[in-house]
Design a protein around this ligand. Structure first.
Ligand code: SF4
Length: 226
């Protein structure tokens, strides 16, 4: 598997925010979101080859039970099931962070952290925007993920105007538990995060959705490896 980075930090986002976790970032993502904070992991070869055993050994150098498989887009990696099985044999708690564009059945995963991409993520470049728009939202895949795994649904929010699209997406997916929906400020820096958070907090109060913090930006201002 091509791994971009493996590091130990706190989970910054979602219902497990604050939990010390080992992050395994797989290389490769076709979406090219305009505000992506891990552009360095976009290419399939953005990293170095690891065998599954080497990944597990590296994870085991840290003391956490919690492992976060992230990207890039981990669900497009055909070796993912093999890695997850090894981790489950070690009784790890596994979170997979995905944009929800690919489905793999029957993998050991304790939390599918799904972040469907709204139109606020579409890149300006016409060539990239076509690729992005063709694949950013697959309602059938989102439905499978939600029906078959424990999940959280994190929407990256730029402004209040995103709310109607969020509601429409939830309605299209169907069967979404509103208690598992989170709204997360779109922000690359601490200043941006603090500036946008009050608006998102108000949106959460008026909808009942949960505010999703981004602890890694608050603490470290989006430094790679945090
Ligand atoms: S899906 Fe995630 S990793 Fe891929 S481009 Fe979008 S924000 Fe970046």
């Amino acid at each position: 598997m091509v791994i971009n980075e493996i590091f130990y930090s706190l989970q910054g986002e979602g219902f497990l925010a604050g939990v010390p976790s080992v992050f395994v970032r797989l290389a490769g993502c076709p979406l090219r979101c305009k505000w992506c904070d891990t552009k360095y992991a976009w290419e399939k070869q953005a990293g170095r080859h690891y065998g599954v055993t080497e990944i597990v050994q590296t994870i085991q150098q840290n003391y956490s039970k919690f492992v976060v498989i992230t990207g890039g887009e981990p669900m497009i990696n055909s070796d993912l099931p093999k890695l997850l099985k090894k981790l489950k044999d070690l009784d790890k708690h596994i979170t997979i962070e995905t944009a929800g564009i690919a489905y793999i059945p029957d993998i050991p995963c304790d939390l599918m952290s799904i972040s469907p991409k709204l139109s606020n993520s579409t890149p300006a470049d016409p060539k990239l925007s076509k690729i992005h728009e063709d694949s950013r939202l697959d309602v059938a895949v989102l439905r499978e993920l939600i029906d078959n795994y424990q999940y959280q649904l994190k929407f990256v929010v730029d402004s209040e105007g995103d709310l109607s699209e969020i509601r429409q997406t939830i309605e299209e997916i169907g069967n979404v538990n509103p208690e598992k929906v989170m709204l997360m400020p779109q922000a690359a820096t601490r200043d941006e995060l603090l500036a946008k958070s009050p608006t998102i907090a108000d949106m959460c109060k008026s909808t009942g959705f949960t505010f999703c913090q981004r602890l890694q930006i608050l603490l470290w201002d989006n430094i790679k490896g945090t």
